[in-house]
Design a protein around this ligand. Structure first.
Ligand SMILES: NC(=O)c1ccc[n+]([C@@H]2O[C@H](COP(=O)([O-])OP(=O)(O)OC[C@H]3O[C@@H](n4cnc5c(N)ncnc54)[C@H](O)[C@@H]3O)[C@@H](O)[C@H]2O)c1
Length: 327
């Protein structure tokens, strides 16, 4: 089976390629390398191309037969999306229209799409299930929600079946030690706490007066390897004739920023300084997933998503690299 991985040079996409290859699947990566890394593409050929270029993605389908597509490609920084929404709609929406049109022109293979908890906006209850209203509070979240709607429409009109997987906070690194999280800029908590630990500077805590047990934001962290396993089962589900679905992927447990810092101190064996900074616009106090639907439909069960395993794997990757910046 041959799988196209759009965004396969990025953090989650590279982990997906590794797992696909381990299962004996052939992998082709399509990535513009704007946020990804050429050296993370180790399990199949790389087509350097941009989804905004419809001819480039069409040419990839002309050159290969794909039995399934996994789509991670896009812009991912929430604050940047608020400052420059046009870029987010161009990459995440227009780019995906081009991909979907190429797929429809080439026998409509099943698609697994990277969506996000940001489609929900401010949580009205917790844990958040898929019945929660979707009212994104930033252009990044809207760009993903628009694609989910497009996927419903493409199913109805063209028969293209898909699974939109709404990730909460992806974290951790492959146990192979070959790949890990590398964003530039890095906006995610765990790599930033690890960098603070390695470079011996304070980590910023954005707000300590939220209505949570210790005043800091609570998030649901899911191991990147568990996320990728859900994609594998989603491909199987779609190839067995399963219909278009939208599912949350999270561990179902929430940890505050201070709890993550404390767990990192235990893993790294040294104290980590922290500095309280003002709240960031749009940060909800608590975001925790109900993943019952993915458990039921996909039989998915996260097995590496306890906090110590996540941080331990990210720590091994960060130490090996010497730093955790995207540079
Ligand atoms: N990391 C998380 O915690 C998280 C949470 C929720 C959702 N997601 C979603 O998961 C996906 C992957 O996230 P990630 O953390 O691996 O991000 P990433 O930035 O590491 O990977 C995205 C990849 O897409 C590529 N790309 C971007 N725009 C492109 C375009 N127009 N054409 C071709 N390639 C393009 C980048 O070069 C990069 O390799 C994203 O769609 C993101 O929105 C991530």
């Amino acid at each position: 089976m041959n799988v196209l991985v759009c965004g396969g040079a990025g953090y989650i996409g590279a982990h997906m390629c590794e797992q696909l290859a381990e299962r004996g699947f052939s992998v082709v990566v399509f990535d513009n390398l704007a946020g990804g890394h050429r050296e993370a593409v180790r399990w199949g050929p790389l087509i350097v191309g941009d989804l905004r270029d419809s001819r480039a993605i069409d040419a990839a389908f002309d050159a290969h037969h794909f039995d399934a597509v996994v789509h991670f490609a896009g812009k991912i920084v929430v604050s940047e999306s608020t400052r420059d929404p046009a870029v987010y709609y161009e990459h995440n929406v227009n780019g995906t229209v081009n991909l979907l049109q190429a797929m429809v022109r080439h026998h409509s293979p099943p698609l697994v799409f990277s969506s996000t908890a940001a489609v929900y906006g401010d949580p009205q209850y917790t844990p958040i299930d898929e019945a929660h209203p979707c009212l994104p509070v930033n252009p990044y979240g809207w760009s993903k929600y628009i694609v989910e709607q497009m996927l419903t429409d493409f199913r109805r009109a063209y028969g293209l079946r898909s699974a939109s997987l709404r990730y909460f906070n992806a974290a951790g690194a492959s146990s192979s030690g070959l790949i890990g999280e590398r964003h530039d800029p890095e906006t995610h908590l765990i790599p930033n706490v690890l960098r603070a630990c390695i470079e011996a500077h304070p980590v910023e805590v954005f707000g300590d007066d939220y209505p949570t047990l210790d005043g800091t934001c609570v998030r649901d962290y899911v191991h990147v390897s568990d996320l990728c396993r859900a994609h594998l089962t989603a491909i199987e589900y779609l190839r067995a004739g399963g219909d278009t679905e939208t599912m949350n992927l999270g561990s179902g447990k929430g940890f505050s920023v201070l709890e993550v810092i404390a767990a990192t101190e235990r893993v790294c064996g040294k104290p980590i300084e922290r500095r309280v900074a003002p709240r960031r616009a749009g940060d909800a106090p608590i975001l925790v997933a109900s993943s019952q639907k993915a458990r039921k439909i996909l039989g998915w069960n996260p097995v590496e998503s306890d906090l110590e395993s996540i941080i331990g794997s990210a720590w091994r990757w960060a130490r090996q690299r010497g730093n955790v910046t995207g540079r």
